[in-house]
Structure formats: structure tokens, C-alpha cells
Ligand binder design. Structure first.
Ligand SMILES: C[S@@+](CC[C@H](N)C(=O)[O-])C[C@H]1O[C@@H](n2cnc3c(N)ncnc32)[C@H](O)[C@@H]1O
Length: 253
């Protein structure tokens, strides 16, 4: 059962900030390559997609992951989860999508759960590879903190997670100063999780504060790679990416 998967409707692409089908496919494939080539993702792995949206990564991995491997994605946005369940799971039954029914003012206002009550829908130490693409850039501090702990709980001892973030070092700070919200974002001496704005959510991290959060969560960064969001030259010109990349593993217990 490995039929073709259709693309989500245009309004779903807009919802996740994609400019259209070509970009949706291109970004999905680029992250498939990061996962396979940089993180060693193979078909038999158990994969967790944190904030799976409308299936951009699931579609890109549809012909990579296969039983006994499995994909689990979750999102607080019910529309994306419902679409993925209807369009992807019937074609790939080993791809599962869960709705995180967290009360979230903009994305899930009627949600039943406080963030701390949401448990990632996977067993302890069961995940080989995980991704959070353009998700931590939208989370407030308590949510991000809880998600880092849940990630540590979910990863196998040799598991790896690719998490994209905005890390505000000096180059980032100089860049942000020119943004309409930049100075406000930098207020509070680059607080651990800098800030977020209304519906247009944006969260960025002070690198040292992030290290402290990772350690407290039981995670360690095995590699970091700066993105080009603040005007830096890409670390690898053949592999540009916008947000900064963190490659995380569970810290030894
Ligand atoms: C820019 S989109 C990226 C979606 C997907 N990762 C991708 O790259 O196609 C951000 C996603 O984060 C989701 N999100 C925001 N807050 C969340 C939360 N607390 N838990 C799970 N997902 C969340 C949004 O609903 C949205 O689907």
C-alpha cells in the first residue's frame, strides 16, 4: 500500500508559511536530505515529527520510512493533523498523526490540556530520529522548556533530533535591531527565550541561555550549524538553510 500522496490545499500551505507547492516540496526534500545525510536517518527508524503541520516532512519521508520503521507526527493545529490523517495514513499506515489538544490562544483556543499535561505520543527512549522544523521559533518559554524535556524522554540513547531555532549571537542581535520588533525582542538583556509577538509568533534564544535549558532538560548539542536568517553566509553553500540547526542527543544519565 504505497500510493501517491496528494499535496495539501493552498490555504494549508499558507498556514505554515510556505509560498506554494514548489517551495513546499523543495523544503521538504531539503530536510529529508539533512535527516538522511547529516542525521543518518534510515528506513527502519522510528521517527518523531514535532509540529508536523500539514505533512511537509511526512510527504518527503513517505518513501524513506518503512516498517519496521514508523513515523509519528503531532501538531496543535487540528486542521493539519486531520488532513494528514486523511491523505497520508491510508497510503502509508505506518505514518501516524496525533492532535496535541493543548489550549493555545491562536492555534487551538478550545484545547483541553495545559502544555505540561501534553506528553509526546511516544514511549520513553523509543525514538531514533526526531525533527522540529520551524516550531521552536513559535513556542513560548514554558512550552519550549516542556518540549525539550519531552524530547529528552523520547529519544533513544543513540537518538538524534534536528531542531531549528533562531540563536541570537552578536550577528543576530545586529540584524534584529533593524527589524520592526527587533529592539523589543532584545529587551531584557536577551532573556532566555527572547519574546514573541501576537499572532505572528516569533521566538529566539540567547545561545548561553539555550545551553542552560538543554542541560536542564537532559539534552546536549552534538552539533550546531548557523542558518542565513541574519545575513550570514551559509555554513555549507550547497545546503543553505534559513534557521539555525541544532543537532541534539539525550545527555548520558
Ligand atoms: C511554520 S509551521 C512548520 C510546520 C512543519 N514543521 C513544517 O516544517 O512543515 C509551525 C508549526 O508549529 C505548530 N505548532 C505551534 N505551536 C505548537 C505546539 N505547542 N505544539 C505542536 N505544534 C505547534 C503550528 O501549528 C505549525 O504547524
Amino acid at each position: 500500500m504505497t500510493g501517491t500522496i496528494t499535496l495539501p490545499p493552498a490555504e494549508h500551505l499558507q498556514w505554515i508559511g510556505s509560498t506554494g507547492p514548489d517551495q513546499f516540496i523543495r523544503v521538504g526534500r531539503r530536510y529529508r536530505d539533512f535527516l538522511v545525510e547529516d542525521c543518518g536517518l534510515v528506513g527502519e527508524h522510528r521517527f518523531l515529527d514535532i509540529g508536523c503541520g500539514t505533512g511537509r516532512i511526512a510527504i518527503a519521508l513517505a518513501d524513506v520510512i518503512r516498517p519496521p520503521g514508523a513515523y509519528v507526527g503531532f501538531d496543535v493545529w487540528r486542521g493539519g493533523v486531520d488532513w494528514c490523517r486523511a491523505a497520508i495514513t491510508p497510503q502509508r499506515p505506518w505514518f501516524r498523526f496525533e492532535h496535541a489538544d493543548i489550549a493555545e490562544a491562536h492555534l487551538n483556543p478550545d484545547g483541553r490540556l495545559a502544555v505540561e499535561e501534553w506528553r509526546f505520543p511516544v514511549a520513553d527512549a523509543s525514538i531514533d530520529r526526531a525533527l522540529a522544523l520551524s516550531v521552536f521559533t513559535h513556542l513560548d518559554a514554558p512550552t519550549a522548556r516542556h518540549y525539550l524535556r519531552e524530547l529528552a524522554r523520547s529519544l533513544k540513547p543513540d537518538g538524534i533530533a534536528l531542531v531549528t531555532v533562531f540563536l541570537v549571537d552578536d550577528a543576530g542581535a545586529a540584524h534584529l535591531a533593524g527589524w520592526p520588533h527587533g529592539p523589543a525582542l532584545l529587551a531584557g538583556d536577551r532573556a532566555p527565550l527572547l519574546d514573541r509577538f501576537g499572532k505572528d509568533l516569533f521566538a529566539a534564544w540567547d545561545p548561553a541561555a539555550l545551553d542552560a535549558e538543554l542541560a536542564a532538560a537532559g539534552l546536549r548539542a552534538v552539533r550546531r550549524e548557523a542558518g542565513d536568517w541574519c545575513g550570514r553566509a551559509p555554513a555549507r553553500p550547497d545546503r543553505p538553510h534559513h534557521q539555525d540547526h541544532l543537532y541534539l542527543a539525550a545527555a548520558p544519565r
